[in-house]
Design a protein. Structure first.
Length: 766
């Protein structure tokens, strides 16, 4: 059973290895001892890993149930199972330990739940349940959730669990990250509450099992004995807890094969640590490193450009990709004047490719940040070019953008009930379901919009005093914003509304990468509004954009982030926004220093190697930020591309070659971060402060005459509830009308005294 393959078994005519190149075949046949399969982009690592797994089973080196095969996604696990099934037939069904880290961790934990204080039928809570639970704990412990948001605490707990840290493992610095030194306390409260509920979150699935394997040696020996071989896909994306878990299981037999590419480690923000793959040989002395370097995807020109760029990184194991394909076109670098020209240029290039017969679904635009998609969406809508957003929503469909648009819609059209209902309690104002029910009831009875109903209810006793005052403040804000809309530019109006409504502060308080990205999207929304003279014009434009039919099955250009594109490939790839501060991201550099710079460079490498035939990089000389034109300089990554594999095209003085010379003057690549910053960048400090020297000075604007205010819906008073009438109110009971002013009644109730109510909420007493 455990004998190595014989020479006859390793005959290259064997169906399992017949189609593999020599390094791939070596990775399959080296079955004993630790193996690092260093697989470059497009080098067929999935084929090699699948063949190795099938080889172990076909040659009876292990039963299917004795192999642990770990992937990162359910999709990858399904693909692995299907491919192995095609090679060895139904034997693949006997592989209970082929799956994601989380699925395998959950299966193990079901067997040993009692060792961590759980029952085997424990519940795995999702993100919404986690946030709800944390909010309960924050409230119960007299902490201000607005200042210390539950989402921030959830992010910290997730990070601690990714690093394999229990509450007692936090040091002073980690403890200080939440509520001025109460991080450990709330982490422990959260874990205790989960156990009381017989529940765990996704981070617990591996952390609990790591604790079990460390504490209970008999359990560890059980799994070490069971797993004769361990295979791990995408090893460069493992976090600390996954690394520690794998190392414990593999230390005795040492038959572990990991597949990965240190040059494609781009998920540190999710906890991935490139150091795990870099130190594999140290963790497993005597391990064999097999480099898969023959690329089956891209042309030599594209590979050479990408390889030259990534060679600037110091933290890498090193490999040289090559291909037998025709040399193809050089990587193009195009300099344009501004972002609108960038979108126009890409649109023209795509239309040319389409005329030449290129399928639209083989064309991709890969951006560094989601806010960059807006310019392309608007342009493609205007020229009728079909597109789709992968890995996220279209720009105007993103939650924060829809929230902002809802505020604007209520300002422009107070009768827009759908918009008002979306944001009456966003951000949270203490106006819950009961307040909304009361507003709906009154609006239906009077035949008026929700906003008008809200204004009337705010001037009555229908709601508790706190909710009433909150609603009154909101309605007064809308009245003020409506007046402002006739004087300020649409962009200035948006910034004011988001600030005064507390929406900006809500996102800033989260202190997470996700919240920062949402602020960037709102900044881009404001920038888009600067092109429109009136709020009505802009909202009409948005309606036309949103009408783009996403359901039809025609070919579409793909727009997505570079991170989401990993693992995909396209014939033609456009990479816009290669400017300092945009890419590399200034926020990433500020937060992570040199390590983040190297990860940004790995991201550039991933982006370029998505292209099979043509890769086009664009950079703009100017970006408009907060109403002010800002000069930008090309990304340092452009200067690092080997000149012999790049075609420069620019109308800008000096071109990219000028910047190549400028960047090369500095010996320390990270020192450039401080030396060559644009005056402002798109990603730095994504708040809403206006530029101090803004050149944007809009003339007064007027909303379209069709805009109506809440006053347009003045209610007609009832005539059957005059003073002296006896009435009944669902909340206050029986009473007598003392005074009437329009549709407002002063009523002396028998149990609660005099109250001010709206006539639609009372009926004549029988």
């Amino acid at each position: 059973m455990s004998q190595p393959a014989t020479p006859a078994d390793s005959d290259p005519r064997n169906v399992l290895i017949a189609g593999l190149n020599e390094p791939q075949r070596e990775a399959v046949l080296t079955t004993e001892g630790p193996v690092l399969m260093l697989a470059g982009a497009g080098t067929g690592k999935t084929a090699a890993l699948t063949a190795r797994l099938a080889w172990l089973i076909q040659n009876r080196l292990a039963w299917p149930s004795e192999i642990l095969c770990v992937t990162f996604t359910n999709k990858a696990a399904r693909e692995m199972r299907e491919r192995v099934g095609q090679l060895i037939g139904p034997a693949v069904e006997g592989m209970p330990w082929l799956g994601t880290f989380h699925s395998i961790g959950a299966k193990m934990l079901r067997r040993h739940a009692e060792l961590v204080g759980l029952q085997s039928n424990y519940t795995i809570i999702d993100t919404d349940d986690q946030l709800r639970l944390l909010k309960q704990l924050i409230t119960a412990n007299d902490l201000d959730e607005k200042r210390w948001p539950a989402r921030q605490l959830a992010g910290l707990i997730d990070r601690w669990k990714n690093r394999g840290l229990n509450p007692g493992d936090l040091d002073a610095a980690e403890n200080e990250m939440y509520a001025n030194g109460r991080g450990q306390q709330f982490y422990q409260l959260y874990q205790d509450r989960l156990k009381a509920l017989n529940a765990c979150d996704f981070g617990d699935l591996l952390l609990h099992m790591l604790n079990v394997l460390r504490k209970y040696h008999d359990v560890l020996e059980q799994y070490r004995s069971r797993f004769k071989y361990i295979l791990v896909d995408e090893y460069q994306d493992t976090n600390q807890v996954q690394y520690l878990w794998l190392r414990l299981l593999a230390q005795e037999r040492r038959n572990i094969c990991v597949v990965g590419d240190d040059d494609q480690s781009i998920y540190s923000w999710r906890g991935a640590e490139v150091a795990n793959i870099l130190r594999f040989e140290k963790d497993f002395p005597g391990s064999k490193v097999i480099r898969l370097e023959q690329n089956y995807r891209s042309t030599p020109q594209i590979l050479a450009a990408a390889s030259g760029l990534i060679s600037e990184n110091s933290q890498r194991l090193g490999k040289t990709l090559w291909t037998e394909r025709h040399p193809g076109d050089k990587v193009r670098v195009i300099g344009v004047w501004d972002a609108p020209e960038e979108a126009r240029r890409v649109g023209e290039e795509i239309e040319r490719l389409e005329r030449e017969g290129a399928p639209l679904d083989q064309i991709a635009i890969l951006v560094r940040a989601q806010y960059q998609t807006r310019e392309f969406e608007d342009r493609f809508i205007s020229i009728g070019l079909n597109y789709r957003i992968i890995g996220g929503f279209r720009f105007y469909e993103r939650a924060e953008v829809r929230d902002a648009l809802a505020y604007l819609r209520v300002i422009a059209q107070p009768a827009d009930d759908l918009a008002f209902e979306r944001i009456y309690n966003q951000p949270k104002r203490g106006l819950g379901a009961k307040a909304l029910e009361t507003m709906h009831l009154h609006a239906r009875r009077r035949g008026i919009p929700l906003a008008a109903a809200a204004m009337e209810i705010a001037d009555s006793d229908e709601l508790p005093a706190r909710a009433r005052n909150t609603l009154l403040t909101l309605m007064r804000d809308f009245a003020r914003w409506r007046d402002l809309a006739s004087e300020a530019s649409p962009a200035e109006l948006l910034r004011t509304v988001l600030d005064e409504a507390g929406y900006t502060a809500m996102l800033q308080a989260e202190r997470s990468a996700e919240a920062a990205g949402r602020l960037e999207n709102l900044a881009e929304l404001a920038r888009a509004m600067e092109e429109y003279e009136t709020l009505g014009d802009f909202l009409e434009h948005v309606s036309l954009v949103m009408d783009n039919d996403a359901a039809d099955e025609t070919e579409k250009v793909t727009i997505m982030t570079m991170h989401a594109a990993k693992g995909l490939e396209f014939e033609h790839v456009f990479l816009p926004g290669w400017e300092e501060g945009v890419f590399p991201s200034q926020r990433s550099l500020d937060e992570g220093g040199l390590a983040s710079l190297e990860e940004e460079r790995r991201l550039a490498y991933v982006a370029i190697t998505r292209a099979r035939r043509r890769c086009t990089i664009l950079h703009a000389a100017n970006r408009r930020i907060y109403g002010q034109w800002t000069s930008s300089i090309p990304s340092r990554f452009i200067a690092e591309l080997p000149g012999e594999h790049v075609d420069q095209e620019t109308t800008l003085s000096g071109g990219a070659s000028l910047w190549r010379a400028q960047w090369s003057e500095h010996s320390d690549p990270f020192a450039d971060v401080a030396r060559a910053q644009p005056s402002r960048t798109m990603t730095r400090g994504p708040g809403w402060q206006r530029a101090a020297s803004s050149t944007y000075d809009p003339a007064p604007k007027r909303i379209k005459e069709a805009t109506r205010s809440a006053a347009s819906f003045a209610a007609k008073p009832r005539t059957d509830v005059a003073p002296g009438a006896r009435v009944f109110h669902d909340k206050f009971g029986y009473g007598t009308v003392a005074a009437q002013e329009g549709n407002k009644l002063e009523i002396d109730f028998e149990g609660t005294g005099r109250k001010r109510v709206i006539d639609s909420f009372v009926k004549l007493a029988e």
